[in-house]
Design a protein around this ligand. Structure first.
Ligand code: ZN
Length: 278
Protein backbone atom coordinates (compact mmCIF):
# COMPACT_ATOMS: atom_id res chain seq x y z
CA UNK A 1 0.00 0.00 0.00
CA UNK A 2 3.02 2.21 0.37
CA UNK A 3 2.32 5.85 1.04
CA UNK A 4 -1.41 5.56 0.94
CA UNK A 5 -2.46 5.51 4.53
CA UNK A 6 -5.93 5.27 5.92
CA UNK A 7 -6.06 8.49 7.90
CA UNK A 8 -9.58 8.06 9.12
CA UNK A 9 -9.49 4.36 9.82
CA UNK A 10 -12.54 3.40 7.83
CA UNK A 11 -12.66 0.11 5.97
CA UNK A 12 -13.83 1.95 2.89
CA UNK A 13 -10.74 4.09 3.07
CA UNK A 14 -8.52 1.05 2.95
CA UNK A 15 -10.61 -0.33 0.10
CA UNK A 16 -10.12 2.91 -1.82
CA UNK A 17 -6.39 2.90 -1.17
CA UNK A 18 -6.16 -0.57 -2.64
CA UNK A 19 -8.10 0.26 -5.79
CA UNK A 20 -7.39 3.88 -6.61
CA UNK A 21 -4.27 5.32 -8.04
CA UNK A 22 -2.49 7.73 -5.75
CA UNK A 23 -3.93 10.99 -7.03
CA UNK A 24 -7.48 9.83 -7.00
CA UNK A 25 -7.09 8.30 -3.58
CA UNK A 26 -6.05 11.71 -2.29
CA UNK A 27 -9.20 13.19 -3.80
CA UNK A 28 -11.30 10.44 -2.30
CA UNK A 29 -9.69 11.05 1.06
CA UNK A 30 -10.50 14.74 0.83
CA UNK A 31 -14.16 13.93 0.28
CA UNK A 32 -13.97 11.62 3.26
CA UNK A 33 -12.48 14.41 5.32
CA UNK A 34 -15.33 16.71 4.32
CA UNK A 35 -17.86 14.30 5.82
CA UNK A 36 -16.78 15.47 9.25
CA UNK A 37 -18.23 18.87 8.47
CA UNK A 38 -21.58 17.50 7.42
CA UNK A 39 -24.78 16.72 9.23
CA UNK A 40 -27.47 14.45 7.92
CA UNK A 41 -31.00 13.30 8.47
CA UNK A 42 -32.66 10.10 7.29
CA UNK A 43 -35.92 11.09 5.66
CA UNK A 44 -36.91 7.64 4.49
CA UNK A 45 -35.47 4.65 6.22
CA UNK A 46 -32.45 3.32 4.36
CA UNK A 47 -33.53 5.10 1.21
CA UNK A 48 -33.44 8.85 1.40
CA UNK A 49 -31.21 11.24 3.30
CA UNK A 50 -30.69 14.95 3.57
CA UNK A 51 -27.12 16.15 4.00
CA UNK A 52 -25.97 19.67 4.78
CA UNK A 53 -22.95 21.53 6.14
CA UNK A 54 -22.53 22.13 9.85
CA UNK A 55 -22.80 25.78 10.77
CA UNK A 56 -20.31 25.72 13.63
CA UNK A 57 -17.37 25.77 11.24
CA UNK A 58 -14.80 28.50 10.79
CA UNK A 59 -14.92 28.05 7.06
CA UNK A 60 -18.49 27.61 6.05
CA UNK A 61 -20.19 28.05 2.72
CA UNK A 62 -22.06 31.33 2.46
CA UNK A 63 -25.16 29.49 1.42
CA UNK A 64 -26.13 26.30 3.20
CA UNK A 65 -27.41 23.85 0.64
CA UNK A 66 -29.24 20.66 1.43
CA UNK A 67 -28.20 17.69 -0.65
CA UNK A 68 -30.52 14.78 -1.19
CA UNK A 69 -28.90 11.37 -1.23
CA UNK A 70 -30.95 8.49 -2.55
CA UNK A 71 -29.69 5.14 -1.39
CA UNK A 72 -30.19 1.49 -0.87
CA UNK A 73 -28.19 0.50 2.17
CA UNK A 74 -29.10 -3.18 2.10
CA UNK A 75 -25.91 -5.15 2.52
CA UNK A 76 -24.63 -6.41 -0.82
CA UNK A 77 -27.09 -4.25 -2.73
CA UNK A 78 -25.72 -0.85 -1.79
CA UNK A 79 -26.50 1.91 -4.21
CA UNK A 80 -26.20 5.67 -3.97
CA UNK A 81 -26.91 8.81 -5.89
CA UNK A 82 -26.69 12.45 -4.91
CA UNK A 83 -28.19 15.54 -6.47
CA UNK A 84 -24.79 17.22 -6.57
CA UNK A 85 -23.85 14.87 -9.43
CA UNK A 86 -20.20 14.65 -8.50
CA UNK A 87 -19.93 10.99 -9.27
CA UNK A 88 -21.19 11.48 -12.81
CA UNK A 89 -18.90 14.42 -13.28
CA UNK A 90 -15.67 13.32 -11.60
CA UNK A 91 -16.09 9.58 -11.18
CA UNK A 92 -15.58 9.63 -7.45
CA UNK A 93 -18.18 9.63 -4.70
CA UNK A 94 -19.08 12.96 -3.14
CA UNK A 95 -18.78 13.76 0.54
CA UNK A 96 -22.58 13.62 0.86
CA UNK A 97 -22.77 10.01 -0.19
CA UNK A 98 -19.67 9.17 1.83
CA UNK A 99 -21.34 10.77 4.84
CA UNK A 100 -24.19 8.28 4.56
CA UNK A 101 -21.78 5.42 3.97
CA UNK A 102 -19.76 6.11 7.09
CA UNK A 103 -22.76 6.93 9.26
CA UNK A 104 -24.66 3.85 8.15
CA UNK A 105 -21.68 1.73 9.14
CA UNK A 106 -21.12 0.44 5.63
CA UNK A 107 -17.88 -1.50 5.30
CA UNK A 108 -17.55 -1.95 1.58
CA UNK A 109 -18.31 0.39 -1.31
CA UNK A 110 -19.69 -1.47 -4.33
CA UNK A 111 -17.08 -2.01 -7.04
CA UNK A 112 -19.03 0.00 -9.56
CA UNK A 113 -18.20 3.20 -7.69
CA UNK A 114 -14.51 2.67 -8.38
CA UNK A 115 -14.48 3.47 -12.06
CA UNK A 116 -11.88 1.78 -14.20
CA UNK A 117 -10.23 4.99 -15.27
CA UNK A 118 -9.12 5.82 -11.74
CA UNK A 119 -7.93 2.39 -10.77
CA UNK A 120 -4.41 1.18 -10.31
CA UNK A 121 -3.00 -1.04 -13.05
CA UNK A 122 -3.45 -4.41 -11.42
CA UNK A 123 -6.99 -3.87 -10.22
CA UNK A 124 -8.88 -2.93 -13.35
CA UNK A 125 -12.32 -4.36 -13.77
CA UNK A 126 -12.46 -7.31 -16.14
CA UNK A 127 -15.87 -6.77 -17.70
CA UNK A 128 -18.14 -3.81 -18.17
CA UNK A 129 -20.54 -3.59 -15.30
CA UNK A 130 -24.06 -4.86 -15.83
CA UNK A 131 -25.33 -1.35 -15.08
CA UNK A 132 -23.43 -0.01 -18.04
CA UNK A 133 -24.52 -2.63 -20.53
CA UNK A 134 -27.99 -1.38 -21.43
CA UNK A 135 -26.63 1.54 -23.36
CA UNK A 136 -29.93 2.29 -24.97
CA UNK A 137 -30.87 4.85 -22.37
CA UNK A 138 -30.19 8.31 -23.71
CA UNK A 139 -29.65 9.98 -20.36
CA UNK A 140 -27.12 7.34 -19.37
CA UNK A 141 -25.27 7.77 -22.63
CA UNK A 142 -25.27 11.50 -22.12
CA UNK A 143 -23.80 11.14 -18.64
CA UNK A 144 -21.07 8.78 -19.77
CA UNK A 145 -20.07 11.12 -22.58
CA UNK A 146 -20.27 14.20 -20.39
CA UNK A 147 -17.76 12.70 -18.04
CA UNK A 148 -15.38 11.98 -20.87
CA UNK A 149 -15.70 15.34 -22.55
CA UNK A 150 -15.27 17.20 -19.30
CA UNK A 151 -11.92 15.53 -18.84
CA UNK A 152 -10.91 16.48 -22.38
CA UNK A 153 -12.06 20.06 -21.94
CA UNK A 154 -10.13 20.37 -18.76
CA UNK A 155 -6.95 19.17 -20.45
CA UNK A 156 -7.70 21.22 -23.52
CA UNK A 157 -7.89 24.48 -21.66
CA UNK A 158 -4.37 24.14 -20.29
CA UNK A 159 -2.81 26.09 -23.15
CA UNK A 160 -3.75 28.04 -26.24
CA UNK A 161 -2.14 25.44 -28.49
CA UNK A 162 -3.85 22.49 -26.89
CA UNK A 163 -7.15 24.32 -26.97
CA UNK A 164 -6.75 25.00 -30.69
CA UNK A 165 -5.97 21.37 -31.34
CA UNK A 166 -8.90 20.05 -29.35
CA UNK A 167 -11.25 22.53 -30.91
CA UNK A 168 -10.27 21.38 -34.41
CA UNK A 169 -10.63 17.75 -33.43
CA UNK A 170 -14.08 18.49 -32.07
CA UNK A 171 -15.06 19.91 -35.43
CA UNK A 172 -13.86 16.78 -37.20
CA UNK A 173 -15.72 14.59 -34.73
CA UNK A 174 -18.79 16.70 -35.21
CA UNK A 175 -18.70 16.14 -38.97
CA UNK A 176 -18.29 12.41 -38.53
CA UNK A 177 -21.15 12.33 -36.05
CA UNK A 178 -23.38 14.14 -38.52
CA UNK A 179 -22.43 11.59 -41.11
CA UNK A 180 -23.16 8.68 -38.81
CA UNK A 181 -26.44 10.11 -37.67
CA UNK A 182 -27.64 10.84 -41.18
CA UNK A 183 -26.66 7.34 -42.19
CA UNK A 184 -28.61 5.86 -39.32
CA UNK A 185 -31.62 7.88 -40.40
CA UNK A 186 -31.37 6.83 -44.04
CA UNK A 187 -30.80 3.27 -43.08
CA UNK A 188 -33.93 3.18 -41.00
CA UNK A 189 -35.89 4.14 -44.10
CA UNK A 190 -33.86 2.18 -46.57
CA UNK A 191 -35.07 -0.57 -48.85
CA UNK A 192 -34.97 -4.08 -47.68
CA UNK A 193 -32.26 -5.08 -50.07
CA UNK A 194 -29.87 -2.60 -48.53
CA UNK A 195 -30.48 -3.93 -45.08
CA UNK A 196 -30.20 -7.44 -46.43
CA UNK A 197 -26.75 -6.66 -47.65
CA UNK A 198 -25.87 -5.40 -44.25
CA UNK A 199 -27.31 -8.44 -42.61
CA UNK A 200 -25.13 -10.56 -44.79
CA UNK A 201 -22.10 -8.75 -43.49
CA UNK A 202 -23.19 -9.13 -39.91
CA UNK A 203 -24.13 -12.74 -40.31
CA UNK A 204 -20.97 -13.88 -41.97
CA UNK A 205 -18.99 -12.43 -39.13
CA UNK A 206 -20.88 -13.43 -36.04
CA UNK A 207 -21.32 -16.99 -35.00
CA UNK A 208 -24.04 -16.34 -32.48
CA UNK A 209 -26.40 -13.52 -31.83
CA UNK A 210 -25.79 -13.78 -28.12
CA UNK A 211 -22.21 -12.66 -28.48
CA UNK A 212 -23.01 -9.39 -30.13
CA UNK A 213 -23.93 -7.26 -27.13
CA UNK A 214 -20.41 -7.55 -25.82
CA UNK A 215 -18.68 -6.51 -28.99
CA UNK A 216 -18.23 -2.90 -28.08
CA UNK A 217 -14.67 -2.52 -29.15
CA UNK A 218 -14.47 -0.79 -32.52
CA UNK A 219 -11.22 -2.50 -33.42
CA UNK A 220 -12.84 -5.90 -33.28
CA UNK A 221 -15.59 -4.71 -35.51
CA UNK A 222 -13.05 -3.43 -37.92
CA UNK A 223 -11.47 -6.84 -38.21
CA UNK A 224 -14.69 -8.13 -39.59
CA UNK A 225 -13.91 -6.28 -42.78
CA UNK A 226 -16.96 -4.07 -42.67
CA UNK A 227 -16.73 -0.96 -44.80
CA UNK A 228 -16.23 2.74 -44.16
CA UNK A 229 -15.88 4.75 -41.03
CA UNK A 230 -19.47 5.66 -40.21
CA UNK A 231 -20.68 2.07 -40.49
CA UNK A 232 -17.74 0.84 -38.51
CA UNK A 233 -18.56 3.14 -35.65
CA UNK A 234 -22.29 2.63 -35.82
CA UNK A 235 -23.82 1.81 -32.47
CA UNK A 236 -23.84 -1.90 -31.88
CA UNK A 237 -27.17 -1.86 -30.19
CA UNK A 238 -28.90 -0.49 -33.28
CA UNK A 239 -27.42 -3.25 -35.36
CA UNK A 240 -28.43 -5.88 -32.90
CA UNK A 241 -31.97 -4.58 -32.75
CA UNK A 242 -32.23 -4.60 -36.51
CA UNK A 243 -30.76 -8.03 -36.69
CA UNK A 244 -33.17 -9.39 -34.12
CA UNK A 245 -36.07 -7.81 -35.98
CA UNK A 246 -34.91 -9.34 -39.24
CA UNK A 247 -34.46 -12.75 -37.73
CA UNK A 248 -37.89 -12.61 -36.18
CA UNK A 249 -39.28 -11.79 -39.58
CA UNK A 250 -37.42 -14.65 -41.23
CA UNK A 251 -38.55 -17.01 -38.55
CA UNK A 252 -42.13 -15.97 -39.09
CA UNK A 253 -41.79 -16.45 -42.83
CA UNK A 254 -40.29 -19.86 -42.38
CA UNK A 255 -42.97 -21.08 -40.07
CA UNK A 256 -45.57 -19.89 -42.57
CA UNK A 257 -43.92 -22.17 -45.13
CA UNK A 258 -43.51 -19.43 -47.65
CA UNK A 259 -41.35 -20.70 -50.44
CA UNK A 260 -37.87 -19.21 -50.28
CA UNK A 261 -38.26 -17.30 -53.48
CA UNK A 262 -37.57 -13.77 -52.34
CA UNK A 263 -34.57 -12.00 -51.02
CA UNK A 264 -34.28 -14.32 -48.09
CA UNK A 265 -33.24 -17.20 -50.31
CA UNK A 266 -29.52 -16.72 -50.44
CA UNK A 267 -29.22 -15.63 -46.85
CA UNK A 268 -31.09 -18.49 -45.24
CA UNK A 269 -28.13 -20.59 -44.43
CA UNK A 270 -28.01 -23.52 -42.12
CA UNK A 271 -26.04 -21.65 -39.51
CA UNK A 272 -28.48 -18.83 -39.17
CA UNK A 273 -31.41 -21.20 -38.84
CA UNK A 274 -29.83 -22.79 -35.84
CA UNK A 275 -29.28 -19.41 -34.31
CA UNK A 276 -32.89 -18.51 -34.68
CA UNK A 277 -33.91 -21.58 -32.71
CA UNK A 278 -31.75 -20.54 -29.79
ZN1 ZN B 1 -23.23 14.94 -3.31
Amino acid sequence: MGLLTANYGYNIERQASELYNRNIFKKFQYQLQLTERLKYKETEKGKCYEVWAKTNQIYKPHRIRTYIVLADVTEGREQFSCICGKFNKDGILCSHILKIIVEEDINVIPEKYFIDRWRKKGVKMKLPLPELVPKTHEMLRFNILSRKSTILNSKGSKSEEVMQYLSEEYEKIDKNLELMLSETRTEANSTQSASRAQENAVESSSSTLRELPHLNDPTRVKQKGRPALPTRLKPRIEEIKQKIAREEKMKAKKSNQISPKGKAKKKMRKGSEENIER
